[in-house]
Design a protein around this ligand. Structure first.
Ligand code: MG
Length: 342
């Protein structure tokens, strides 16, 4: 097999501000896995939260030799080579995604079909509104147009007033993500009580990941579900945090790909947890990969590719907030310069 990688700069339509960062450009890594004249595409969207950058991911991928793997169906052998402990898991996600794309193209089938899932079961995806001034937030709410569910970033001073303003502009369902921004359980408790009154559907990661006991206390004192994001990265994290949350947010880039995500889905179900499927800022490669799992989850937040203006691929997109799985081999994501449009 041949593995290639290159860094791609994705441009954001708006500066994207959350509780810990703000930026207008994201560097991701696109991967090609080639065998028997078939190319599978993959993507890594590295997160500084987990100590990764496009450069560390590329450097890991460039150091891996897969040319001696003659049997392309040996996914575990291939993925076992993309190993850097718990670092650079988005690099493994990229190769896992590319392998699934290759497998689908090799068999002529979409991944969802290979997994026995029904494409007509799709769910609405939320549209994320970052932290900003009241005027810009109002513009973003208007821009959300037909998107049926809003996800609002909170966890900074003035955040609840921002949600109040949005609630004044729309009666769409609102979900919030604090990104570890509330520092004490009392602050989180006071904020969530006000959010409950505004009809917010659930709260993602209210407290820092190291405040698990406080999160468990919070869960016992509020009425809306708490969903773990920064507290759960991959399979082995789920058991230890299950008592403090009502659900988990699975992202391919945190987990290391589709195979780990499937293991996480079944484990979370066994523990009675709800499942949200999330993403980073990604092109249509990463989003199309995550979309294959939609029939298995409760909530989707797959808007990474609709927040960018220079998507090099055409694939699954949350048009009017509904993601439609495509009937194309593999992930269904194709380079835009191929002239294919959905
Ligand atoms: Mg989150």
């Amino acid at each position: 097999m041949i593995l290639r990688c290159n860094i791609v700069e994705l441009k954001l339509a708006h500066a994207f501000t959350i509780a810990r960062s703000s930026d207008t450009l994201r560097r991701v890594v696109h991967v090609e896995l080639e065998h028997d004249g078939i190319t599978g595409y993959g993507e890594a969207a590295p997160s500084l939260r987990y100590g990764e950058t496009a450069d560390t991911v590329c450097s890991l991928l460039s150091s891996v030799n897969v040319r001696d793997i003659d049997d392309p169906f040996l996914a575990e052998t291939l993925l076992g080579r993309i190993s850097d402990g718990s670092r650079n898991l988005s690099a493994r996600a990229a190769v896992d995604i590319a392998w699934h794309d290759w497998l689908g193209k090799r068999t002529g089938l979409p991944i969802w079909k290979l997994w026995g899932l029904r494409p007509q079961i799709s769910i609405a995806s939320s549209f994320t509104i970052g932290i900003d001034t009241p005027d810009v937030v109002a513009a973003k709410v208007r821009e959300a147009g037909d998107q049926p569910i809003l996800k609002v970033k909170v966890g900074v001073p003035g955040d609840i007033e921002l949600v109040e303003e949005i609630r004044g502009l729309t009666d769409k369902p609102i979900r919030v993500d604090a990104n570890e921004g509330w520092k004490t359980r009392e602050e989180a408790y006071r904020s969530i009580l006000r959010l409950q009154d505004l009809g917010v559907e659930f709260v993602e990661q209210p407290l820092p990941a190291d405040k698990l006991e406080d999160t468990a206390w919070l869960r016992g004192h509020v009425d809306i579900p708490l969903i773990a994001d920064e507290n759960v990265r991959y399979l082995k994290d789920i058991h230890g945090i299950a008592y403090a949350f009502d659900g988990i947010n699975i992202k391919l880039m945190k987990a290391g790909g589709l195979r780990e995500a499937i293991r996480m889905i079944h484990t979370a179900r066994a523990l009675g947890l709800r499942i949200m499927l999330g993403c980073m800022i990604e092109s249509s490669i990463g989003i199309s990969a995550a979309a294959q799992l939609l029939p298995l989850v409760d909530y989707a937040d797959l808007d990474g590719n609709i927040l960018i203006t220079n998507d090099p691929f055409d694939g699954c997109r949350a048009e009017e907030g509904q993601i439609r799985l495509l009937d194309r081999p593999g992930l269904g994501a194709v380079p835009r310069n191929d002239g294919v449009r959905s």
